[in-house]
Design a protein around this ligand. Structure first.
Ligand code: ADP
Ligand code: MG
Length: 346
């Protein structure tokens, strides 16, 4: 049974990037205290932390120190040491199980998991599968640690295969969507179904509502609920899907708040951050509904463009106080309604 943790208590967050920052801001608004552990001394969530532990993520002693200080512990990314978590979750209040994290941090195990639940995936092979047939272009992805398309490469022959990878058939995508969902003490609620457009494998723009059919929408929601039903987990979890040839195809699980879900800061009656904090604290999240909204990510090289834009038209600017490097996400802007910046963009 999940514990009820009330404001004034401390929420521990492993990771102090922009997701940790926005989680902390949301929790602070409710009156919680925040403890953050991160290896970066200048990490962007630090200014919202009451306690900051400067440490590597796999340092058992320091992670335990964070647990001791915290009434509930969460994380902003999936690549934390599962072995450390398996030991600590027996003693401290982790509500997102190490098992669910273990499945989501490996591209092969998450696809096997999806298939075991009868959720369609792209055709794939493990790099050392004896039956590999490369008869078209495949996307080779590292089994772990990829993000924003990092660790991915197109291949057309068996000779190009590298170790510790998964080979996925390159699909012709009609669209990409994500379902941001949350499991609270009694229900699974849908925070948002979001349509996502990537450029160079990095999320460029997100829209609500997603321009998909009712059947596709219902299928994606049903698959996401199936995953959450089979996870020992409370909090926000996001599933990315491809729409290809009209079919809804599982891509990956993020056991956390998600970049596309940043749109809910303006689109929803309750943002993904607030929903996550409530769910891990054992509160009821309740029904979430959204209005038509557009999100643009701000990458380092586009900072000037977006800052200039926001002085001229209404929008909701969220800057993460990160150094503006090429292709690095340093903020986002949400606009009411459907907004296309194509004509004046770059
Ligand atoms: P990550 O988001 O962790 O970098 P993804 O597997 O989501 O990795 O891949 C990033 C993007 O690359 C996807 O959002 C999609 O645009 C494209 N992509 C990934 N896998 C495929 C595939 N099998 N076929 C077509 N496009 C793909
Ligand atoms: Mg992805």
């Amino acid at each position: 049974m999940i514990k009820t943790i009330l404001p004034k208590s401390t929420i521990g967050i492993i990771g102090g990037g922009q997701l940790g920052r926005m989680l902390a801001m949301s929790a602070k608004e409710m009156g919680y205290k925040i403890a953050i552990l991160d290896p970066g001394e200048d990490c962007c969530a630090r200014k919202f932390a009451d306690v900051f532990i400067h440490s590597a993520f796999n340092d058992f002693k320091n992670v335990e120190e964070l647990c001791k200080l915290s009434d509930v512990i969460t994380f902003e990314f999936e690549n934390i040491d599962v072995e450390v978590l398996k030991i600590l979750e027996k003693k401290y209040n982790f509500v997102q199980s190490a098992k669910s994290l273990e499945i989501s941090q490996n591209r092969l195990s998450e696809k096997e998991f999806a298939r075991s639940l009868d959720i369609p995936t792209v055709k794939y092979y493990k790099y050392n599968d004896e039956n590999i047939v490369i008869d078209s272009t495949y996307l080779m992805k590292t089994l772990r640690f990829g993000y924003d398309g990092k660790g991915q490469k197109k291949i057309n022959s068996i000779e190009e295969i590298e170790e510790d990878t998964i080979l996925e058939k390159l699909l012709d995508l009609d669209k990409e969507i994500s379902v941001v969902a949350v499991k609270d003490r009694e229900n699974i609620e849908i925070v948002a179904v979001v349509e996502n457009e990537h450029r160079e494998n990095i999320l460029f723009r997100s829209n609500i509502p997603a321009n998909i059919t009712k059947e596709q929408n219902n299928k994606a929601i049903e698959y996401t609920k199936r995953i959450l039903d089979n996870f020992d987990y409370y909090g926000v979890l996001t599933v990315e899907f491809f729409i290809s040839d009209g079919e809804v195809i599982f891509n990956e699980i993020a056991p956390r708040v998600h970049n596309s879900g940043h749109i809910t800061m303006q689109s929803a009656n309750k943002s993904q951050f607030r929903a996550h904090i409530e769910a891990i604290c054992g509160l009821k999240v309740g029904e979430i509904y959204n209005k038509e909204t557009t999100l643009y990510n701000i990458l380092g090289q586009n900072e000037e463009y977006f800052i200039n834009l926001i002085t001229k038209r209404q929008g909701f600017l969220h800057l993460y106080e990160k150094e503006a490097r090429h292709n690095r996400k340093i903020g986002h802007i949400n606009f009411e309604g459907t907004v296309y910046l194509e004509d004046d963009f770059e």
